[in-house]
Write a protein that binds this ligand. Structure first.
Ligand code: PMP
Length: 395
């Protein structure tokens, strides 16, 4: 018998990845996943950009390159972050990663010994649970409401959790809830964590996808100690297949990330990095983001309108101002995994919310995605889901 490492005993396949296998069937209306709309990817502009990169850079575009990343792209990202999120990064503060998902894995390597505590939102991003779980930490979940982490609970858990090494949060249009933290909660959070020598990851793939309301201050813009590490990505504002994201942090922290990335994969694709950099130079990136926002806003609106019409009144859900997701809380007598089984018979899928709680529970929740289906399919999907929910509540 081949022997595997002990850590493998604790790893389970991601529920979403498993589900996506079922939803590859075109007949199924998938409100599961979190894929961007592929029809919005600028395919012909990317064909021209890739050709230009290869012509101009020649073999360099296909050569090994530095672990830190393509220098012009690091500068473009720093400038963009400073402009969008009022940070004060220079190119030397940016490490290009293979999607921000790699940032999560690298964070585990940099910060977590077995048994250390990770403080997180309740619920939290599923693939972060799985990335950290490899390092066998304890997850300490901070209860949240419609404004973000509940400050009194955060303060209590900060004070009472031993071996706390890392705080992981998604304050802008969180995955899975779609919630954006209020300005007040952001300030209270920074006040609380700044009393401790702990690293805070501000993961922000959705911050630019705001459909209404005003921009709220990033945690990093309030970080006086240099303890906040920002994760960013081109996956949702551009396209995910190039796998380009970044970690932005004080140099003393970034050094550690560079060290572990070096042995993980040497560097992120030279061609992907150069192509994105060239695209940023040659096209109006922000105009493309505006097109994405307009499309997703319409899809969100349709989904919320249909939910108001089709869902039984006792079902509660979030009304996100941005991002890709709506979070649904069912009466506690219902189990979302059972509902999914019935829904799949009606060819509609979602993600049962229990998967987003690292310590289990909350099986009466679900996550709905509105970025990846047409308005017609969203309306039909919610009609089918509403019908199943009405039947489950009044059998
Ligand atoms: N963090 C969060 C909160 C996400 O929702 C996602 C994508 N679903 C990621 C990180 C990873 O994105 P990527 O690796 O494509 O940058």
């Amino acid at each position: 018998m081949i022997q595997f490492a002990q850590r493998m005993e604790h790893l389970r396949p991601s529920e979403i990845r498993e589900m996506l296998k079922v939803t590859e069937d075109e007949a199924i209306i998938s409100l599961a996943g979190g894929n961007p709309a592929p029809e919005l990817f600028p395919v012909s502009a990317m064909a021209a950009t890739t050709q230009a990169v290869l012509e101009e850079a020649g073999g360099q575009a296909l050569q090994y390159s530095t672990t830190e990343g393509f220098a012009p792209l690091r500068a473009q990202i720093a400038e963009r972050m400073n402009r969008k999120f009022k940070t004060a990064f220079a190119a030397r503060n940016i490490l290009i990663t293979n999607g921000s998902q790699q940032g999560l894995d690298l964070s585990g390597k940099v910060f977590l010994n077995e048994g250390d505590a990770v403080l997180c939102e309740k619920p939290m991003y599923l693939a972060a649970i799985n990335a950290f779980r490899v390092f066998r930490p304890r997850f300490v979940e901070v209860p949240t409401d419609s404004e973000g982490m509940i400050t009194a609970e955060l303060e209590r858990l900060l004070a009472t959790t031993d071996r706390l090494k890392l705080v992981y949060v998604v304050p802008d249009f969180q995955n899975p809830t779609g919630i954006s933290w209020s300005a007040e909660r952001r300030r209270q959070f920074m006040d609380a964590v700044s009393r401790y020598d702990i690293a805070v990851i501000e993961d922000n793939p959705y911050g630019e996808l705001r459909y209404e309301g005003e921009l709220l201050p990033s945690l990093k813009s309030m970080d006086r100690k240099g303890q906040v590490i920002c994760f960013g990505t081109f996956s949702k504002t551009f396209c995910p297949g190039l796998r380009v994201g970044w970690v932005a942090a004080e140099e003393s922290i970034l050094e550690k990330y560079i060290l572990v990335k070096q042995s993980a994969d040497l560097h992120t694709s030279s061609l992907s990095q150069r192509t994105i950099s060239k695209f940023l130079d040659s096209y109006d990136f922000d105009a493309n983001v505006e097109i994405i926002k307009a499309t997703y806003k319409k899809r969100r609106d349709i989904m919320l309108r249909c939910m108001a019409k089709e869902f039984p009144a006792e079902i509660r859900y979030t009304q996100p101002h941005g991002g890709l997701f709506i979070w649904v809380e069912l009466p506690s007598c219902l189990n979302a995994r059972d509902i999914l089984t019935v829904c799949l018979e009606h060819q509609v899928a979602f993600v049962p919310g229990g998967a987003f709680f690292p310590n289990g529970g909350m099986e009466n929740t679900m996550r709905l995605n509105f970025s990846n289906m047409t308005e017609e399919r969203i309306a039909e999907g919610i009609r089918r889901l509403g019908k199943v929910l009405r039947q489950m509540l009044n059998p």
